[in-house]
Design a protein around this ligand. Structure first.
Ligand SMILES: [Zn+2]
Length: 343
C-alpha cells in the first residue's frame, strides 16, 4: 500500500512523507516505524528551529556577542538524523564562539539530542558497552558508532557523578537539611569494595608486548528498608571518589531513606577497616554486623592456615561455621559486643 502523510505545522504545510508498505507482517511493521521516524524528523527539525529562534542573544566578556550568521547542523535524534539552522555568535574580546541552540538541544558537546542521550545512557547502565551499538540499531534504528557512544556515556556519567559528590558534600555541611523521603522502622546500611573491568588496557607486567584489560576498585554502598507492608526496598550508590566523599554520600542516602528516624539500625560490612571507619563516623548508633558471606570466608582462610590435612581442615571449618551460625551475636562488631555483654 502507498501511504502519504502530510505534515502541517501551525496551519502551514511543511512536508509530505511517502512510504510504500508491503511484505510480511514483520516488514509492514518495520516500514511503519521508518515512516514514523521520517515524520518525526520533519517535526523535530521544525521544533528545534522554532526553539532556537526564542533563545536570547548571548553575552561574553561583559559584552553582547557578534552574530556570525546561521549554519546548518546535523544531529542524531531518536527519529534518526535531522538538520536545522541555528545562529553562531563570536566574542569580539576573547574570540570565543557560542551556539546557544546547541546548548539546549544537544547533550553537551555531542551531536546527539538530549532525549536520545538519555536513552543511550540508560541502556549503558544495564548492558555491556560492546553491545550498545548493535542494540541501539536494533531497538531504535539509530546508528551511532561505538566510540562516540562511549564518549557520550563517559561525559554523562562523569557529570552525574560530580553532581552527586557535590550534593553529598553540601549535605554534609547541612545534615539537618536532608529530608527523609520515607519513615521505615528498620534501616540497614552496608558497604563494600568491588573490582570491575574497564575497557582501558595496559602493558602486561609478565610480557610487555601484550596488553591486558585494566581492573579498578570501586566503593559500593547500599541502604535497605522495610515499608509498612513489610516489603523490602533498596538504593545503591557507587563511586571512585575519596573515602570522605563516599562516606558523606552514603550517609546522605541513608538519611534520605529514613535512617535517623528508624527504630532499628544495622550496619553490615565485610570487615574492611575503611567500612568500620564509616560506621564510627556516621552510623555509630547502629549495630555493626560482619556480613555472613565474608565471615565464612575468614573462617575458611583461618582453617587453611591452621591445617594442611584437608579432612582436619574441613572439620575445623565446619565447627567454626556452626559456632558462628548458632550465636548470631558472634558476628557483631567486637566493641559493640563488649558493650552489649559487659556494660
Ligand atoms: Zn569573551
Amino acid at each position: 500500500m502507498k501511504v502519504e502523510v502530510t505534515v502541517r505545522i501551525d496551519g502551514r504545510e511543511v512536508a509530505t512523507v511517502e512510504e510504500c508498505i508491503a511484505g510480511p507482517a514483520i516488514e509492514v511493521e518495520q516500514q511503519t516505524e521508518a515512516l514514523k521516524d521520517r515524520v518525526g524528523q520533519v517535526v523535530l527539525a521544525e521544533g528545534f528551529l522554532q526553539l532556537a529562534a526564542t533563545l536570547r542573544h548571548p553575552c561574553c566578556c561583559g559584552k553582547s556577542m557578534q552574530n556570525k550568521g546561521q549554519r546548518t547542523v546535523t544531529i542524531m535524534s531518536q527519529s534518526g538524523e535531522i538538520s536545522f539552522k541555528r545562529t553562531r555568535y563570536c566574542c569580539t574580546e576573547c574570540g570565543h564562539y557560542q551556539t546557544p541552540a546547541d546548548r539546549v538541544i544537544c547533550c553537551g558537546r555531542h551531536r546527539v539530542t538530549r532525549h536520545l542521550a538519555k536513552q543511550i545512557s540508560q541502556l549503558a547502565t544495564i548492558e555491556h558497552f560492546t553491545r550498545l551499538e548493535q542494540l541501539m540499531a536494533d531497538q531504535h534504528a539509530v546508528h551511532i558508532g561505538h566510540d562516540e557512544m562511549l564518549q557520550l556515556i563517559h561525559d554523562v556519567g562523569g557529570n552525574v557523578d560530580q553532581q552527586r559528590q557535590a550534593e553529598a558534600l553540601y549535605a554534609l555541611e547541612r545534615p539537618s537539611q536532608i529530608t527523609p523521603k520515607q519513615r521505615p522502622k528498620q534501616v540497614y546500611v552496608s558497604c563494600d569494595g568491588i573490582m570491575y573491568c574497564t575497557n582501558q588496557r595496559e602493558p602486561c607486567p609478565s610480557d610487555p608486548t601484550k596488553m591486558r584489560l585494566i581492573w579498578k576498585q570501586m566503593r559500593v554502598g547500599c541502604v535497605y528498608w522495610q515499608d509498612d507492608a513489610e516489603h523490602w526496598h533498596k538504593q545503591v550508590i557507587w563511586g571512585q571518589e575519596d573515602l570522605p566523599t563516599f562516606s558523606a554520600s552514603l550517609y546522605r542516602l541513608a538519611c534520605e531513606c529514613g535512617y535517623r528516624e528508624a527504630d532499628e539500625k544495622i550496619f553490615a560490612a565485610d570487615g574492611g577497616d575503611w567500612c568500620w571507619g564509616i560506621q564510627d563516623q556516621y552510623f555509630a548508633d547502629s549495630v555493626g554486623i560482619l556480613d555472613w558471606y565474608h565471615a565464612t570466608e575468614h573462617i575458611w582462610d583461618c582453617g587453611k592456615q591452621l591445617h594442611s590435612d584437608p579432612q582436619r581442615m574441613k572439620t575445623w571449618v565446619d565447627e567454626g561455621l556452626n559456632r558462628a551460625d548458632s550465636r548470631s551475636v558472634g558476628l557483631m562488631r567486637e566493641d559493640y559486643l563488649r558493650r552489649k555483654l559487659f556494660v
